[in-house]
Design a protein around this ligand. Structure first.
Ligand code: CP
Length: 308
């Protein structure tokens, strides 16, 4: 297969196993490219991409911009802060104005779940969802599973624990969809208040004992406590959260197995993960970031190919 089955990357839910494998294969090629002395290829030379960010980002925004530049695309960047959104302009008006400037693809992060899906019903350009509220973050799940495959090979039968603030996490949902499609077993761990009830319908195990989850898994993907999305108190204090659900070196040393540690970033050091774990040999956190550029190059290249 040489083409994706989708025109937009809105979520992992829409991807087939062939789509996932095509993205991984293409990303492997681009990973070789970005490790060469000349890191650029002309693949998207006549394509213009707008990165439209309505929410803060470090990794995703820079990673997409670098991926676009490595593919020789023309790039423009939009941040809602400082834009005419502050004067009341709607999402659709903003994007239609950007597209009038002969832009071919939109990469969008938005705080509202479903915002890119809404957009896809009203515009013709390809859309890549760079995170929509608490819903999906498809390129994060692609780079996470790409990094797991690099470390462990085929993910069928591998055990992945996703630990932390699940209810506010778009990374968790996209990872669950990707891992289940790839045949991995998934365990979710966190305080009951931070785990949505519908998750058991997705074929995952749910536990609240972090040591049990760590002893079970091959990979622990530890998620950030998203205080900015918490309007109510989901747990008594950060100190207590860290005590019961934080992953620290003492806990890792007490396990009867070696596991891979992941985190999508940004990290709350000392809350969900301690520095000696985040920076340890078990951690592939910076490999995830490196792989993000290659994976996003693959997604952009494959979606742009559908236009020809
Ligand atoms: N992992 C991730 O989405 O990080 P940013 O919010 O910095 O983009």
């Amino acid at each position: 297969m040489s083409e994706l089955s989708i025109k937009h990357l809105l979520g992992i839910k829409d991807l087939t196993i062939d789509d996932l494998n095509l993205i991984y294969e293409t990303a492997e090629t681009f990973k070789d490219v970005i490790n060469r002395p000349i890191k650029k290829v002309p693949s998207l030379r006549d394509i213009t991409i707008a990165n439209v960010f309505f929410e803060n980002s470090t990794r995703t925004k820079l990673s997409f911009e670098l991926a676009e530049k490595r593919l020789s695309a023309d790039v423009i960047n939009f941040s809602a802060s400082g834009s005419s959104v502050k004067k009341g302009e709607t999402l659709l008006d903003t994007v239609n104005n950007i597209l009038s400037m002969k832009v071919d693809m939109i990469v969008m992060r938005h705080s509202s779940p479903g915002a890119p899906h809404f957009l896809s019903q009203h515009i013709d350009a390809n859309i890549v969802n760079a995170g929509d509220g608490t819903h999906e973050h498809p390129t994060q799940a692609l780079l996470d599973t790409f990094s797991m495959r690099e470390k462990l090979g085929d993910l069928a039968g591998k055990k992945v624990a996703i630990i932390g603030d699940i209810v506010h996490s778009r990374v968790a949902l996209s990872n669950i969809y990707a891992l289940k499609k790839l045949g991995a077993e998934v365990m979710i761990c966190g305080p009951a208040t931070l785990i949505p009830k519908f998750l058991t319908n997705l074929g995952v195990q749910v536990v609240s004992d972090v040591k049990h989850a760590l002893n079970w898994c091959d990979v622990a993907n530890i998620l950030r406590i998203q205080l900015e999305r918490q309007q109510i108190k989901y747990f008594p204090s950060l100190r207590e959260y860290s005590q019961y659900f934080g992953v620290n070196k003492e806990l890792l040393d007490s396990l009867n197995r070696q596991i891979v540690i992941m985190h999508p970033g940004p990290i709350n050091r000392g809350v969900e993960i301690t520095s000696d774990v985040a920076d340890s040999d078990h951690s592939i956190i910076l490999d995830q970031v490196e792989n993000g550029v290659a994976v996003r190059m693959a997604v952009l290249y494959l979606l742009a190919g559908l236009k020809k």
